[in-house]
Design a binder for this molecule. Structure first.
Ligand SMILES: Cc1cc2nc3c(=O)[nH]c(=O)nc-3n(C[C@H](O)[C@H](O)[C@H](O)COP(=O)(O)OP(=O)(O)OC[C@H]3O[C@@H](n4cnc5c(N)ncnc54)[C@H](O)[C@@H]3O)c2cc1C
Length: 427
């Protein structure tokens, strides 16, 4: 491939921003390639924290990383924009017109050329076309939606404070997102209680609906059972084998005829790629719209296109849509793309190494599973160590993007913030 290749990364999430930062430092800095990142928003947030934004327990500017600032310190270009299609013949992506918050068109539809295109646009919840979900449910798939949910949560809390009514919230999906959200909402209310000038906070009635036989199906059964007990202890009602058949303005209907009343309804079940992948130049897709890739993350249809993270699917060896997978895939491409670009070596297969999983239920409890094998033996840890482990994943991500000094300063700034401001959003 010719010098000064154009490497275009679409989506600056867990995988995309890590890759842009590393390739910028490796190839952008020396001028060997132009690295460009496109994202539909201006800043990056660590997606596994979105439930905290939704509950209002994360509200710090420091938790957002500006793409422009990151680009200027790591030798890549950033352009805001939403990719709407790909023209594989011309090797260009098409961006939708860019609008300001009042709806005015700031930038017309544009095209950006590439020599190598890496798609990392993540995923969103899958409503499986269940009746009424689009019209009557909230989602927390990105920061805009999480903040939108928080606005509604605070307003409904205010109403419940004034009327002494209970606030009913129903969450569909007993995976990491729904389970952590249920606990975090409780934590938020506990903190609100500390600032409610002596008034007793309203009762929060949260129902977590899971279609399968247990919550947290990606974890061992013992963790699912312990998490369910912990949720019951803080007052969350968990209903398993509860298949939702429809949503309306008053709650959810279940297949067995039960109606679960809820003022706020959140859909956090299922995972699918954003619908836009259907316009990606006839690339082969999985049933959930993810881009089919070979084990080396190259599209099965086009050697100049790669996909990683939640929006990709390896047909022979499917991996779960987790931050751990997204991160390892980004590191793999950061290591191997430079040699491929220079025409020296094909990109080898990406071998996923399972390092275990961690889940934290607010500041109530947490569980971690260690990988199997002779060293760790697939053990389980819980409590404070798991909660700290969960937090460390975020700090590790920050250090990776910011560098050690800035990462640690950021951690210190967050700690100072907790000493000077309420740790939940109250405005
Ligand atoms: C509430 C919540 C809790 C979670 N908890 C955990 C957890 O505890 N552990 C774990 O491992 N995983 C967890 N996950 C899953 C984890 O967040 C994802 O697996 C991970 O973020 C995937 O990374 P990614 O880079 O593929 O996509 P993302 O991090 O989602 O990034 C996608 C990026 O693409 C951009 N984008 C999307 N469409 C376009 C477009 N058309 N044009 C331009 N840009 C676009 C988006 O703005 C975003 O910046 C959680 C997810 C949620 C929602």
């Amino acid at each position: 491939m010719a010098a000064k290749s154009e490497i275009l990364i679409v989506g600056g999430g867990v995988a995309g921003l890590a890759l842009a930062t590393r390739l910028g430092d490796a190839l952008g800095k020396t001028g060997e390639a132009r690295i460009t990142l496109i994202d539909k928003s201006f800043s990056h947030v660590w997606k596994p924290m979105l439930h905290c934004f939704a509950a209002g327990t994360a509200q710090n500017e420091n938790d957002r990383i500006s793409f422009m600032a990151q680009a200027s310190s790591h030798h890549f270009e950033f352009w805001p924009g939403e990719v709407s299609s790909i023209d594989r013949e011309k090797r260009e992506v098409v961006l939708s017109p860019f609008h300001s918050s009042d709806g005015a068109v700031v930038l017309d539809s544009r095209t950006v050329e590439y020599d190598a295109l890496i798609l990392s646009i993540g995923s969103c919840a899958n409503d499986f076309r269940t009746d009424g979900v689009t019209a009557h449910c909230l989602f927390i798939d990105n920061l805009v939606e999480a903040n939108g949910f928080n606005e509604k949560f605070r307003m409904e809390l205010l109403r419940a404070f004034a009327t002494n009514d209970e606030l009913d919230i129903a969450i569909v999906g007993g995976g990491a997102t729904g389970t952590q959200l249920a606990a975090e909402l409780h934590k938020a209310l506990d903190i609100v209680g500390l600032h409610s000038f002596g008034k007793t906070p309203p009762r929060l009635r949260i129902t977590l609906l899971e279609a399968g036989p247990r919550i947290l199906p990606a974890f061992p059964e013992s963790v699912s059972e312990a998490a369910q007990r912990e949720l019951a202890r803080i007052g969350v009602e968990v209903r398993t084998s509860a298949m939702v058949s429809a949503a309306d303005e008053a709650g959810f209907s279940l297949k067995d005829g039960t109606h679960i009343p809820a003022k706020l309804r959140v859909w956090a079940a299922g995972v699918k790629a954003p619908d836009v992948t259907r316009g990606f130049g006839n690339l082969s897709l999985s049933r959930s719209g993810q881009i089919l890739v070979k084990p080396n993350l190259q599209s099965v249809d086009d050697e100049r296109i790669f996909a990683m993270g939640d929006c990709s699917f390896i047909a022979d060896d499917p991996l779960p849509p987790t931050a751990q997978v997204a991160r390892q895939q980004a590191h793999h491409l950061a290591r191997t793309l430079p040699a491929w670009m220079r025409g020296k070596r094909a990109v080898p297969s990406c071998i996923f190494r399972n390092k275990g999983a961690i889940i934290a239920l607010g500041n109530y409890n947490g569980w971690g599973t260690l990988p199997g094998g002779a060293v760790f033996g697939g053990g389980i840890f819980r409590g404070l160590s798991a909660r700290l482990g969960h937090l460390m994943l975020y700090r590790q991500h920050q250090v990776e993007l910011y560098g050690l000094l800035r990462g640690m300063l950021s951690c210190l700034a967050d700690w100072v913030d907790t000493k000077v401001r309420p740790s939940v959003r109250l405005d």
